[in-house]
Design a binder for this molecule. Structure first.
Ligand code: FES
Length: 93
């Protein structure tokens, strides 16, 4: 199990390897908003504060959306991230 911390919510929970960060956020009540849940709308933009390497690699859909949004380096879409280790993330409400 890995520790996932949602910084804005001051919430730390446990997640299995491969758990979708969207599922973890929704089940545990984190305040990251979601829309399409398919990596297209950009609603679930997050910044990994620690453990960015412990999230799954960016696929083409997520990459295209992040580029179209003009996101900062390192930002991710929570609905497209699988948990692969301990991570601290911050969302934007
Ligand atoms: S919910 Fe639309 S990109 Fe994640």
């Amino acid at each position: 199990m890995h520790k996932v911390t949602f910084k804005g919510d001051d919430l730390t929970v446990e997640a299995e390897t491969g758990a979708n960060l969207r599922d973890v956020a929704q089940i545990e009540g984190a305040s990251i908003p979601f829309g399409c849940e398919q990596g297209i709308c950009g609603t679930c933009l997050i910044t990994p504060i620690e453990g960015a390497d412990n999230l799954s690699d960016i696929d083409d859909v997520e990459k295209d959306t992040l580029e179209a949004m003009g996101s900062d380096d390192g930002q991710r879409l929570a609905c497209q991230c699988a948990v692969e280790g301990d991570v601290i993330v911050e969302g934007f409400l």
